[in-house]
Design a protein around this ligand. Structure first.
Ligand code: HEM
Length: 404
């Protein structure tokens, strides 16, 4: 599937540099976000660009060096439910770490998690599309993430990678996400191990080059950037679309992602306590870093091409591209080299608002607007594309980078 070569990527980079587009990359800013706005309510204030995962990182580096990873992956394939005992035979240091990493934080609120499920159930259709096309496509315009994904093992098979990432988006929305019979804790702990492996492996990749403010990938700051591309971006869109969301559901959705962030190894002092705190942190960490990279352009192209596999037409690349442009705006769409669509672009601009209003019962139209069924079909197909990919799938610790 992947017809990209490093040469293509480098050529795209040359073209970008020539147009000056790469100079959009913002200079690193000082960390001024106060931990008072975090779920911890307090913190040392350490710049999260220089904090990684001090428990998982040395452990996974050691597993890789000791050659234990194939055996560990095989054993962990059988560990799928939150409440399930860890498989016998894991190395003792890994077992100790996982026993501790699977514990929910003391501040978890079961009531809020139950409300979050109601929200996910009611809003699943929108969430599927937003996770896929707002968060997913935005990740290709986050330079550090795009480069990490492109040069890691998963970058060579984006369909497989999407299914694994979609699993997290699916798991967090299930009724029993964090309960013993759910899977979200398992998914998070495994992902935490994967990220630790990436921190060890990527610096050895011939393609991935350390930059001044990133010698090791996936810092706590990078984690928060990606976190904001998920719940913060999704909630901002739902609010902008005027989808009615009761305050308790909005807070509950945030809570489920706060717990998710904690379980992925993000420190409580960086996880925003409220949407206001989240929006202010996103302004500081996410907005200024968005920029095009050759790797991101290449990944965006692959992602938009995945739709045709599912439906062979309705969700073809132009529609997904147009929707991405609609969600992320012209600046990002142009960075990602998404072509303008003369029919879809204006249609989405004019008809999406009334469509949502009609769908939400806010606009008492005698008949559905013309675009209604088209849009509804689009939502359903997109959902299918991005969330039905979450079939039983095993998140495994990589042992190598993308073959160069
Ligand atoms: C792997 C989710 C942050 C780069 C994964 C996986 C999941 C995931 C579910 C496992 C899927 C797989 O193995 O392919 C998340 C979430 C994040 C986050 C929810 C933040 C809230 C980041 C950041 C980066 C990153 C900040 C880079 C800057 C990667 C890479 C892999 C990975 C390179 C491994 C791909 C491979 O080689 O297979 N992530 N991630 N992630 N993630 Fe993240």
């Amino acid at each position: 599937m992947d017809k990209l070569s490093r040469r293509n990527v480098l050529m795209a980079g040359g073209a970008l540099a020539a147009t000056g587009a790469l100079s959009f990359a913002a200079p690193a800013q000082a960390w001024t976000w106060s931990a008072k706005g975090s779920v911890a309510g307090t913190g040392a204030g350490t710049d999260p660009r220089w904090v990684w995962d001090e428990q998982a990182d040395p452990l996974v580096a050691s597993l890789l060096d000791r050659g234990d990873v194939p055996r560990v992956n095989e054993l962990l394939r059988t560990w799928t439910k939150n409440g399930q005992p860890l498989p016998a035979g894991l190395p003792a240091d890994l077992r100790d770490f996982m026993e501790q990493a699977r514990q929910l934080p003391s501040w978890v609120d079961r009531g809020k998690l139950a409300t979050a499920y109601d929200f996910n159930e009611k809003r699943g259709l929108y969430l599927g599309v937003l996770y896929g096309l707002a968060s997913g496509m935005m990740s290709t315009a986050i330079p550090k993430e795009a480069r990490a994904v492109y040069y890691s093992k998963g970058g060579a098979d984006m369909k497989d990678r999407i299914s694994k990432t979609a699993k997290l988006g699916y798991d967090i929305g299930t009724r029993n996400a964090f309960d013993p019979d759910g899977e979200m804790i398992v998914t998070c702990v495994k992902t935490r191990l994967v990220h630790a492996a990436v921190r060890h492996l990527l610096p050895q990749s011939p393609g991935w080059e350390a930059v001044a403010d990133e010698q090791i990938p996936i810092s706590q700051a990078a984690m928060m950037v990606t976190w904001h591309s998920l719940p913060t971006t999704v909630m901002q869109k739902l609010v902008a679309w005027r989808v009615p969301i009761p305050a308790a559901e909005s807070a509950a959705f945030l809570h489920s992602w706060q717990v998710g962030g904690h379980m992925l190894g993000i420190k409580d002092e960086y996880i925003p306590a409220t949407w206001d705190a989240a929006n202010s942190q996103a302004k500081q960490v996410l907005d200024p870093v968005l920029a095009p990279t050759p790797e991101g352009i290449a990944l965006a192209d692959i992602l938009l091409g995945l739709g045709s596999v599912v439906d062979g037409g309705v969700l073809s690349k132009p529609i997904l591209g147009s929707f991405t442009r609609f969600l992320l705006g012209d600046r990002i769409a142009d960075w990602l080299r998404i072509p303008r669509e003369p029919i879809w672009d204006p249609l989405l601009k004019t008809a999406w608002g009334p469509f949502i209003a009609f769908r939400e019962g806010l606009l008492p139209f005698p008949g559905a607007p013309q675009a209604y069924w088209l849009f509804d079909e689009f939502l359903r197909k997109s959902m299918l594309l991005f969330l039905s990919e979450a079939r039983p799938i095993s998140i495994e610790i990589p042992q190598a980078n993308r073959p160069s």
